[in-house]
Write a protein that binds this ligand. Structure first.
Ligand code: GAL
Length: 375
C-alpha cells in the first residue's frame, strides 16, 4: 500500500481516552459526515487504546472487543464507519500490554493483523509500551509491518514510538506509513510549541509513504477531555494548525467533533491551509531564527506550484514585529526579484517586497503568506 499524502482523520484519544464506546464512535462518525470533513480530505476514524477486554480469548488467543463498550464487536463498528464512506482505524502495541494496560500484540502480530483485517480495519496505530527488554524495537515494527502487508487487506501502518531510537533513520524500512516523533501532546500552548520545535531539523526524513507524525491536533478541545490542560486560545490553535500544515504533517483531529466550534471548524477546513499540508512536493520549511529572541520564528516553504508559503510565528508573550530577510531564503538583493505576498487567512494582497519584510504578529499568533517571485 502506497500512501501519497499525509493521512487525515480523527482519533478518539485526545478527547475520550479510555472512555470510548460504540455510541461515541458512531456519533463522531455522524458528526464527521455532517461537518463534511471528507470533502476536505479527512477520511480515517481511529479508535485508540482501551477498546478491548483486559485479556485475550482463552481459546482462540485473539484480542476481543470490550463487550460493554463495544457490545456488537469491532466489525460492526467498522461496518458503520464504512457505510458512511469513511475508513476505520484501530490501535495496538509492540509490547505485551498497551500503554493503558490492555493486551498488546507482542508475539501475536500475525494473528492480530489477521483479526484486524477480518474486522475491516484500514489503519493501525501501533504504540510501543511494555515490550520485553530482550525485544528489539525495530524488529517489532518490522514484524507488524510484514504481518499487515500479508493480512489480505490494505492497512495504513501508523507507528508510534515517540521519536525514540532515532526512529526517523529506520522506520521507513519497516513498512510504516507515518511515525510519531514526539511524546504525547496536551492541549496547551507550551505542549504543541515544544513538539513542533523539537522537529525543526527532522522533517527532511518525512516524505511520501512515510510521514513524520507530530501527534493528534488539539485544535477545538478548549481544555476539555483526556489531554485537555488549560486549553488554547483561537490564536494559539491557528498557530498550531499552521505549524502542522507547514510541516506537511498528518492531520488527525483530536477534539470532540460532535461539538466543534465554528471558529475551529473553519480553521481545520481551511482549504488553503490543507493544500499546503497536502502539497505534493512535501518539502520541509527552512527556518529563520531571530538573532536574539528565540520566540520569533519564520518558516519558508517551497510549494509544488512554484509559489512559496511563509509563516511568521510569534511564540513570545508580547505582540511583535518579526523580520524576514529574503537573502536567507535564497533570494538576494541582486537577484532583482521581489516577493508578492498574499495573506492566506484573509486573501488580502499585502504587496510586493524587496529584500525583507517586518510583519506584525500578535502574541501567540501567526501570519501566513503565500509568495510569488516577481520582477
Ligand atoms: C501513548 C500514545 C498516545 C495514546 C496512548 C494510549 O503512548 O503516545 O497517543 O495512544 O499511548 O494509551
Amino acid at each position: 500500500m502506497i500512501v501519497k499524502k499525509p493521512p487525515m482523520g480523527w482519533n478518539t484519544w485526545n478527547t475520550f481516552g479510555e472512555k470510548i464506546n460504540e455510541q461515541i464512535v458512531k456519533e463522531s462518525t455522524d458528526a464527521f459526515v455532517e461537518l463534511g470533513l471528507k470533502d476536505y480530505g479527512y477520511e480515517y476514524i481511529v479508535i485508540d487504546d482501551c477498546w478491548s477486554e483486559r485479556t485475550r480469548d482463552a481459546v482462540t488467543d485473539r484480542i476481543v472487543a470490550d463487550h460493554i463498550k463495544f457490545p456488537n464487536g469491532m466489525k460492526a463498528v467498522g461496518d458503520y464507519i464504512h457505510s458512511k464512506g469513511l475508513k476505520f482505524g484501530m490501535y495496538s502495541c509492540t509490547g505485551v500490554r498497551t500503554c493503558a494496560d490492555y493486551p498488546g500484540s507482542f508475539d501475536h502480530e500475525y494473528l492480530d493483523a489477521e483479526t484486524f483485517a477480518e474486522w475491516g480495519v484500514d489503519f493501525l496505530k501501533y504504540d510501543n509500551c511494555y515490550k520485553p527488554k530482550t525485544a528489539d524495537c525495530q524488529l517489532l515494527y518490522h514484524r507488524m509491518g510484514i504481518a499487515l502487508e500479508n493480512c489480505g487487506r490494505d492497512i495504513l501502518y501508523s507507528a508510534c514510538n515517540w521519536g525514540t531510537e532515532d526512529v526517523w533513520t529506520w522506520i521507513r524500512s519497516t513498512g510504516a506509513h507515518m511515525y510519531r516523533s514526539t511524546g504525547d501532546i496536551f492541549d496547551s500552548f507550551q505542549s504543541y510549541k515544544d513538539i513542533a520545535m523539537s522537529q525543526v531539523n527532522k522533517f527532511g526524513y518525512s516524505a511520501e509513504n512515510c510521514y513524520n507524525d507530530i501527534d493528534m491536533l488539539t485544535v477545538g478541545m478548549n481544555g476539555s477531555g483526556n489531554v485537555g490542560r488549560g486549553g488554547c486560545t483561537d490564536a494559539e490553535y491557528r498557530q498550531q494548525f499552521v505549524l502542522w500544515c507547514m510541516y506537511c504533517a498528518p492531520l488527525m483531529l483530536g477534539c470532540d467533533i460532535r461539538s466543534i466550534s465554528a471558529e475551529s471548524k473553519a480553521l481545520v477546513t481551511n482549504r488553503e491551509l490543507i493544500a499546503i499540508d497536502q502539497d505534493e512536493a512535501n518539502r520541509p520549511p527552512i527556518w529563520q531564527h531571530h538573532p536574539w529572541n528565540e520566540n520569533l520564528k519564520v518558516a519558508f516553504k517551497h510549494l509544488a506550484n512554484g509559489e512559496y508559503a511563509i509563516a511568521f510565528y510569534n511564540f513570545s508573550d508580547n505582540d511583535a514585529g518579526i523580520p524576514a530577510m529574503f537573502e536567507l531564503f535564497g533570494i538576494p538583493s541582486n537577484s532583482g526579484y521581489k516577493l508578492a505576498l498574499t495573506d492566506v487567512f484573509t486573501g488580502e494582497k499585502i504587496g510586493e517586497f524587496k529584500d525583507y519584510i517586518n510583519v506584525k504578529v500578535a502574541t501567540h499568533d501567526v501570519k501566513l503568506y503565500k509568495a510569488k517571485l516577481v520582477k
